[in-house]
Design a protein around this ligand. Structure first.
Ligand code: NAD
Ligand code: 6OD
Length: 487
């Protein structure tokens, strides 16, 4: 560790021209992971121009079947270098090895295969119609790439969320310029080596490093050569990016924050609801956009649920990624930890009953410098309390009792967000009814984060704009062009 992380522009690894660097620190120990070279405006411009040349040149002219073969090769090469990607992702995030090896890296590879297959198999539309002269006309729709796509990513599932956008963008024939999070620059950079190895033409995949305002994020999203912007991150950042996209009327896809409810009815399978809520509240140290931070439990089950979730949270093993027994890693940074701890304090100031956690665990040796927090559960707060309304993005949840279905649907919907929801019930009719009534983009019934990559993914209200996944990604990454032929 302690190496350098550089830009990947037009098939070359380059430091860039800003002369500025920043430190990528381990969330586990605070030690230096790498020195990252920050891209200048000129570097971003070079990346956008390289991407444009690739779309107008070898990538744009490449037959679809060959493009798809290459994307399968990208996935195979990620898998061949699984351990390199795993180490890089763990170094940047500190997440448990079991999580990164089961979720982040395999999904990072799968995102290339699934969209190559979708693009090959989705037909476009055709209409025949009559004309007054009786000869008729035919219409068919062509899908063409949007061009240069800017991909701006967060730090919580770095490779997974980046390839979730890069996979379909490339499958559709676009070229991309990726701006990974400043917290997690490594796997996006490593992917450049994979692109070169399998023969993806130079300029198709570019990576620039830096921050948001007055840095690579803003330089990229405001660049007039960018035809579409796909962003995952905080709602407030989404607003800034939407404004940048307005200049030049560029398309946007926004996957933003959430304050996701779980609703546990009294007829639920309690074991399954506990297992699912332990994952949805605490997996990835609570840093999952779909994570549960509000749990509503029907009154007859309330006491038992709270006691069981407390026991489950206390059984989580906080520790370093190197320990196979670890189930809870650190938060991403000291800055994010300060934010999460400020919510822990706010909950108590607002009168919460602390069920478990609420502080910082004692960690030995070097780990004492890491970004650790305890998994935390509260009860007893009103629906207006800050930790019940605002996204914390940490390993915590508030549990509240409810009485009726109508009441809980209203409380679940009482938020500006609308990303995900988990329902726990054995009553199928109720599951269908409540799933239709909850105003979110994604509802899971008796499960959580069970992903079929062909399905629409995205949020309602302030949780986002647009859907990605399966054919829905084609809607964003291609332009539909109608051709009308008079016979
Ligand atoms: P963030 O918005 O702070 O940063 C995301 C990216 O945007 C980073 O690369 C950052 O450098 C860049 N950026 C920041 N300001 C910018 C600007 N003005 N112009 C251009 N780029 C800019 O988000 P984060 O802290 O990295 O991620 C956590 C957030 O992401 C949470 O709110 C979480 O809910 C959300 N998220 C949503 C989804 C989803 O699918 N809906 C998935 C994962 C994370
Ligand atoms: O599974 C996915 O495709 C996806 N986009 C997950 C997002 C998780 C948010 O943290």
């Amino acid at each position: 560790m302690g190496g350098e992380t550089v830009q990947f522009i037009n098939g070359q690894f380059v430091k860039g021209t800003s002369g500025r660097t920043f430190d990528n620190l381990s969330p586990e120990t605070g030690r230096l992971v790498s020195v990252v070279h920050e891209a200048s405006r000129q570097d971003v411009d070079a990346a956008v121009k390289a991407a444009r040349a690739a779309v107008d040149g070898p990538w744009g002219r490449m037959p679809l079947a060959r493009r798809c073969e290459l994307l399968h090769a990208v996935a195979d090469e990620i898998n061949a270098r699984f351990d390199d990607f795993l180490e890089a992702e763990i170094a940047d995030t500190g997440k448990p090895r079991s999580l990164a090896s089961h979720l982040d890296i395999p999904r990072g590879a799968a995102n290339f295969k699934i969209f190559a297959d979708v693009v090959k198999n989705v037909p476009s539309e055709f209409f025949q119609f009559d004309t007054p002269d009786g000869a008729g006309a035919l219409n068919y729709a062509l899908r063409v790439p949007k061009g240069v796509v800017a991909v701006v990513c967060p730090w919580n599932l770095p490779l997974l969320l980046m390839t979730w956008k890069v996979g379909p963008a490339l499958a559709c024939g676009n070229a991309v310029v990726v701006k990974p999070s400043e917290e997690t620059p490594s796997t996006a950079t490593l992917l450049g080596e994979v692109m070169n190895k399998v023969g993806i033409p130079a300029g198709v995949y570019n990576v620039v490093h830096g921050f948001g305002p007055d840095s690579a994020g803003e330089f990229l999203t405001s660049h007039p050569g960018v035809n579409a912007i796909t962003f995952t991150g905080e709602t407030r950042t989404g607003e800034a990016i939407m404004k940048a996209a307005a200049t030049g009327i560029r398309n946007i896809s926004l996957e933003l924050g959430g304050k996701n409810p779980a609703i546990v009815f009294a007829d639920a399978d309690l074991d399954a609801a506990i297992e699912g809520t332990l994952r949805s509240a605490f997996a990835n140290c609570g840093q999952v956009c779909l994570g549960t931070e509000r749990v509503y439990v029907q009154r007859p089950l309330f006491e038992a649920f709270v006691a069981r979730l407390k026991a489950g949270a206390e059984a989580l093993k906080i520790g370093p990624s190197s320990d196979p027994a670890t189930t809870l890693g650190p938060l991403i940074s000291q800055e994010h930890r300060a934010k999460v701890l400020s919510y822990y304090k706010k909950a108590m100031d607002e009168g919460a009953t602390l069920v478990t956690g609420g502080g910082v665990p004692d960690m030995p040796g070097d780990l004492a410098n890491g970004c650790w927090v305890q998994p935390t559960i509260w009860t007893g707060l009103p629906d207006e309390a800050a930790v019940v309304r605002e996204e914390v993005f940490g390993p915590c949840c508030h549990i509240a009792p409810f009485d009726t279905e109508e009441e809980v649907v209203a409380r679940a919907n009482d938020t500006p967000y609308g990303l995900g929801c988990a329902l726990w019930t054995r009553d199928l009719a109720r599951a269908h009814r409540v799933a239709a009534a909850v105003n979110v983009g994604l509802t899971w019934v008796n499960s959580w984060f069970l992903r079929d990559l062909r399905t629409p993914f995205g949020g309602a209200r302030q949780s986002g704009i647009g859907r990605e996944g399966g054919v829905h990604s084609l809607e964003f990454y291609t332009e539909l062009r109608n051709v009308c032929i008079k016979l």
